[in-house]
Design a protein around this ligand. Structure first.
Ligand code: PLP
Length: 352
């Protein structure tokens, strides 16, 4: 047996939700947005000339950084752009989590965090959520090498009560606290205003959910210019041309249409509230979601059965076979029509 395998960096990869090939399905399993991106995005696609692809893109992604900064009321040196927030988060783990002390995050959370920690050999320690799926602030006020918390959390949709995250950020001046706000646009409160007060806070957001652009891979981080500089140093040491020419233009067009953005987000929030009521009437319980999905369990029929029955009817939702959440389904909010179809199918399944 050859020995090279002893030196391979062995990892157990993150498993994303299924992307089925069939066309006529209802896809509520990866928290994508059911509405198209802003009309300006389509226009950029039509007007883009293939000739532009001869040249490398701008490594600083300046046009998109500036557009995001302008929309958020920040300076450009407070914004870092990456290829999806997965890329931004991975870069942030690599950049900021170099301590020997463990990085802290919740036991029920985005399942990429422990994968990056393993990949980069970062020690970590999960902190159990309470019985309402909320974090316990005191769990994050002990020695640590960094903290990452999504707000609202995934896959629960739960928003942390006002003030809790600030308490954690304030109590950890010696480590970087990353707040992953992938779903914040669907009605939760952002900690973004705190970046001027706390130089250890990094806020991460994405175009994948609220801006309907999961296929373009655009994510960004906001924080103190020093944090942004360190992130860029690591990025340029790994791959300087991360975002391609076309995507930079698409992202800029998306950010610039704030009216369209607000309108789509409102539609999804309305549909979410309607869906919650319907599911409750069918005997489901769920924590109050502030995201574009709900996390529901039924009092009588187990989640795995419902998941499989829905799939047979061409409706894909997400099921996690993990401790504490193996009787819950994460259901993305689609169009009204899609959610009506979901409710009709659930009625059949529950009553059979
Ligand atoms: C979807 C998601 C992301 C990653 O989104 P990108 O498509 O990579 O921008 C990051 N964090 C959480 C909690 C998510 O749910």
């Amino acid at each position: 047996m050859s020995s090279w395998e002893a030196y391979v960096r062995k990892v157990v990869p993150y498993v994303p939700g299924e992307q089925p090939k069939q066309k006529d399905i209802i896809k509520l399993n990866t928290n994508e947005n059911p509405y198209p991106p802003a009309p300006g995005v389509e226009k950029v696609l039509r007007d883009f000339s293939a000739d532009e692809l001869r040249l490398y893109p701008d490594p600083e992604i300046r046009d998109l950084v500036d557009a995001i900064a302008e929309q958020k009321g920040l300076a450009s040196n407070q914004v870092f752009v990456g290829v999806g927030s997965d890329d931004v988060l991975a870069m942030a783990f690599l950049t900021f989590f170099g301590s020997q002390k463990p990085v802290l995050f919740p036991d029920i959370t985005y399942s990429f965090y422990d994968v990056w920690a393993e990949l980069f050999r970062i020690p970590y320690e999960v902190q159990p959520l309470d019985e309402n799926f909320s974090i316990v602030a005191s769990d994050y006020c002990k020695a640590n090498g960094g903290i990452v918390i999504p707000n609202p959390n995934a896959p629960t949709g739960v928003e942390e009560p006002d003030g809790v995250l600030e308490e954690i950020i304030r109590n950890n001046p010696d480590s970087i606290v990353i707040i992953d706000e992938a779903y914040v646009d669907f009605g939760a409160k952002s900690v973004l205003p705190l970046i001027d007060t706390y130089d250890n806070l990094l806020v991460v957001q994405t175009f994948s959910k609220s801006r309907s652009m999961a296929g373009s891979r655009i994510g960004f981080a906001m924080g103190n210019p020093k944090l942004i500089q360190y992130l860029n140093d690591c990025k340029y040491s790994f791959n300087s041309y991360t975002m391609d020419r076309l995507t930079i233009l698409l992202g800029k067009a998306a950010v610039e249409d704030q009216a369209y953005f607000s309108e789509q987000v409102e539609r999804i929030i309305d549909t979410r509230e309607w869906t919650k009521k319907q599911l409750q009437e069918l005997g489901f319980t769920m924590p109050d979601s502030k995201a574009n999905f709900v996390f529901a369990s039924h009092k009588r029929v187990d989640a795995k059965t419902i998941f499989e029955e829905l799939k047979q009817r061409g409706i894909f939702v997400r099921y996690f076979n993990k401790p504490r959440i193996d009787n819950c389904l994460r259901i993305t909010i689609g169009t009204n029509q899609e959610m009506e179809a979901l409710v009709a199918a659930l009625k059949e399944i529950i009553n059979q």
